[in-house]
Each structure stands twice: as structure tokens, then as C-alpha cells.
Design a protein around this ligand. Structure first.
Ligand SMILES: Cc1ncc(COP(=O)(O)O)c(C=O)c1O
Length: 451
């Protein structure tokens, strides 16, 4: 009896494979969502097969018959609106239009020569294979030294982990802390990827609308007011993207106290440290050694494309994140890590400090210029390379406004919509990541259109 059963099972399996064979080009609609009439048809044919198959004890229903689609989280991850502006700006530039590019979130300077040289030397030495998941020991040591020299802090290498950009650090911290349904308080406006990292691990970014009253930052009082039963922590960036405001030691202390009082975690993104123009932003580690710090070689060190960052965390947390990094990344670019070591050399720091002075000069020109054009900038942007301007005098649709400024006047800016929901349609971000002559040209063009 076994022979025929196997034979018939194989026939039925072959029929099922034929019925479900891919037809022609993949139809994105057939994949997600499946059209209801197709779904009914597929289910009917599957039922028929199941009846026949059950004579032979074969249960097709145990095969996964659900329509194949994308996970629900995909719908919650929003695209960068600025991409539309950036793509159009690139097209216009390629067509010979003179565009002032003030939309990008990265330094316009190439990586400093000593870092590039160190990268070349690493390649020449054959540093082309995987390295440790937490980073090469020399770089963790150099970062520990950096905390000692810059902040007077003792941060052992064991508490530091090198990551693929600040983005990698954000992912690891989200994966470490968030259970499904947990919430993390964060500013609106703020860096949009933060809430998306939380979503990725089935948590949620709990957006707190912030404005001039708290200098676009979270405060102890805002933490108290917005904490919910599922909140497990609060996250800030200092200096922040898109507002450039930085937190003082006293403000960090108050924030830390509020979060601690609720038994939560404090996450501080210090990626724009080193690019502060009015005072040196303190590290949260000066007031709260248990806080999670996110940082990167992207901005101050001018290495956006090398994809290298780091995090500082309690030692036990690093051990757990190392386990995840082994799985998720195996290692960072080994060559990039050797290159980054040169970032701490005195000759490199001299170049980076010159660049910091150039950014300050740009900010000091652009801030009053933007204000005199009629934009409201209620708080001094103390760092990063952004000015977040209230454009409500001119528009209630920041995306359309940015596109029209680009099309008609050749000025590329970022719409506020990229940074959250709180009055986002009335705001724009100016990046001063282009030379003074270009900033002057942009202000001149805008003054013609807005006056
Ligand atoms: C506040 C903030 N955090 C993190 C990142 C991600 O940086 P990285 O290039 O190091 O991944 C950015 C990038 O713009 C940022 O502005």
C-alpha cells in the first residue's frame, strides 16, 4: 500500500506546485496586498487539494497558505522627504542650473588627509579581513583616551563599543532595551530614524512636541508630563538635529534625575559633539555614568561614508550588545577603523578645529541673515550645522515651499516634515554645509523672493 500512497502524494505535490507556479513578471500587487478575488480562488483550490490529499493522509493545510506580503512595520517607516529635494537638486545641477545645496546633513569637507592616508596604509598592510565585533582594541583604547582628554572622564575601553555609524549604535541600543510595546520618549522635531529604530524592534518612539520654551529639548518637567505606563526611557541629542540646540550640564542633570526617578534609561546622542560654537557641550557621562551614549566619526571627524561610530554603555550592556553585533554585523570595516585612529592625531585635530571655526563663521553669518529674511529662529543653534527656521510667515506646506524655492530660485533646503509632526509643515532646515560665497548667494536669492 505504501508504494501507491507515495506515488499519489508526489502527483498531488506536483499539481500543487504547478497551481502555485510563478506566472510571468512578479506583480507587486499580487505580493502585497493580494487581491481578494485571487485570494478566494487560491483558497478554494487549496481546499480541493486538501480533500484529495487527505485520502492519503497528506495534510496540505499544514503548508503555510497565507498570502506572502511585507511586514506591518514597513508601513510605519517613513521615507526621507528631503530625498525628493536632493534628487531634484542633483538633476537641476546636472542640467547646468546653479543650485545652492543647503539640504544635506553632512560636512561638505572631504575626510581629512591624515585619516585618508591611514586608511590607505591599512589597506597596504592587508587590513582587509573581519575584526572584533566590538571594534579593534586600539580604537576602543583611543576612544577611552578621548574621553579622558576631552571631558576628563575615565571611561574604560570595555564600556566602549565601535559600531557601523551612530546608526549601528542606535540599532543595538534599541535591540538591547526595547520589548514589544515599550515606548521611548523623544523630541518632535528630532532625528527621524530614532523612532524608526524603536519601531524595528516592535517598540515605539513617543514623540514629545517641543518648542522654544524648552529650547527644542526634553526637560525633566516634560519627561514627567509625558511618561506613560509603557515608557522605558528618554532620548535626546545634544547638539540636536535639526535645531542645533545643546544641553548644559544642569539640564542634563535634571533630565537624568527625572528619568532615574522613574527607573528608566537615558539615551544621549552626542554625534555633533566637537561641532559646538558657543560652549563645549558636556557629555551626559559627566553627570550620569549609567546613561547610554551614541556617537560617531561621521560629523566632527568628517567620515560619513566610512560608516563608523561608537557607543558607551554600562559594561554588562556592552557584553550583551557585542553578542548581537556578532550576529548583525560580524564586524565594522577594519580598514575604516584603522583610518579612524588617525582622527586623534594632533595634526588631524588641528584640521578638524579649523573646520569647526569655519562652521562657526558660517553660522554667525547665516543665523542673522535668515532672521532678517523673516524666518523666526527663537533659539540660538549652538552646534551641529543646522538652523531650524519657522517659516509660517511664508508657508503652511514646507515640502511644496522647499520644492518651489528649488525650482524657481535654485536653493535646496530640507522641509520640516522630515523631523516629525509638531508644526513640521511650517518649518525648514537650513544646513550650512556649503561655502560662505554660496550661503551669501542663497540669502541674496531668498531676499529677492521673500521680501
Ligand atoms: C542626530 C543624528 N544621529 C545619528 C545620525 C546617524 O549618523 P551616522 O552617519 O553615524 O550613522 C545622524 C545623521 O545625520 C544624526 O543627525
Amino acid at each position: 500500500m505504501e508504494g501507491p500512497i507515495v506515488k499519489y502524494s508526489m502527483v498531488i505535490l506536483a499539481t500543487a506546485r504547478w497551481a502555485y507556479r510563478p506566472r510571468g513578471r512578479p506583480d507587486p500587487e499580487a505580493c502585497y496586498p493580494v487581491r481578494p478575488e485571487r485570494q478566494r480562488l487560491s483558497l478554494a483550490s487549496l481546499l480541493l487539494l486538501e480533500c484529495r490529499a487527505s485520502w492519503f493522509g497528506v495534510n496540505f493545510m499544514s503548508l503555510d497558505a497565507r498570502p506572502r506580503g511585507f511586514a506591518a512595520r514597513v508601513n510605519d517607516i517613513e521615507p526621507f522627504r528631503v530625498v525628493e529635494v536632493l534628487e531634484r537638486a542633483t538633476q537641476l545641477s546636472a542640467a547646468g542650473v546653479d543650485v545652492v545645496h543647503m539640504a544635506a546633513g553632512e560636512p561638505d569637507f572631504a575626510t581629512a588627509a591624515p585619516i585618508i592616508e591611514a586608511g590607505r596604509a591599512a589597506l597596504a598592510r592587508g587590513e582587509t579581513q573581519y575584526s572584533q565585533a566590538a571594534g579593534i582594541p586600539q580604537l576602543r583604547e583611543a576612544l577611552s583616551q578621548h574621553y579622558a582628554e576631552r571631558y576628563g572622564l575615565e571611561v574604560p575601553p570595555a564600556r566602549i563599543m565601535v559600531t557601523p555609524g551612530a546608526s549601528g549604535a542606535l540599532l543595538l541600543i534599541a535591540a538591547l532595551l526595547m520589548n514589544p510595546g515599550d515606548g521611548m520618549l523623544m523630541t518632535d522635531p528630532g532625528y527621524p530614524c530614532n523612532r524608526h529604530f524603536m519601531r524595528l524592534v516592535e517598540g515605539q518612539g513617543q514623540l514629545v512636541p517641543v518648542g522654544a520654551a524648552s529650547r527644542y529639548q526634553l526637560s525633566g518637567a516634560l519627561v514627567d508630563a509625558h511618561w506613560q505606563p509603557n515608557t522605558i526611557g528618554a532620548m535626546v541629542a545634544s547638539p540636536a538635529n535639526p535645531t542645533g540646540t545643546a544641553l548644559s550640564r544642569a539640564e542634563l542633570t535634571a533630565l537624568s534625575a527625572a528619568v532615574r526617578a522613574r527607573g528608566g534609561h537615558l539615551l544621549v546622542d552626542e554625534i555633533y559633539h566637537g561641532l559646538c560654537y558657543d560652549f563645549d557641550a558636556p557629555s551626559v557621562l559627566e553627570v550620569d555614568p549609567d546613561a547610554f551614549v551614541i556617537n560617531s566619526f561621521s560629523k566632527y571627524f568628517g567620515m560619513t561614508g566610512w560608516r563608523l561610530g561608537w557607543l558607551v554603555a554600562p559594561e554588562a550592556a556592552v557584553a550583551e550588545m557585542e553578542k548581537m553585533a556578532q550576529n548583525f554585523f560580524i564586524s565594522m570595516s577594519t580598514m575604516a577603523q584603522h583610518a579612524a585612529l588617525a582622527g586623534f592625531e594632533p595634526q588631524t585635530l588641528e584640521i578638524l578645529e579649523e573646520r569647526r571655526a569655519i562652521f562657526r563663521q558660517r553660522r554667525d553669518f547665516l543665523l542673522p541673515a535668515v532672521q532678517s529674511l523673516g524666518f523666526d529662529v527663537p533659539c540660538q543653534p549652538e552646534g551641529a550645522f543646522y538652523i531650524y527656521a519657522d517659516a509660517s510667515r511664508f508657508t503652511q506646506d514646507s515640502q511644496a515651499f522647499c520644492l518651489s524655492l528649488l525650482e524657481q530660485h535654485g536653493v535646496a533646503l530640507t522641509p520640516g516634515l522630515d523631523f516629525g509632526h509638531a508644526r513640521a509643515n511650517e518649518h525648514l532646515r537650513f544646513s550650512y554645509t556649503t561655502g560662505m560665497d554660496r550661503l551669501e548667494a542663497a540669502v541674496e536669492r531668498l531676499s529677492r523672493v521673500l521680501s
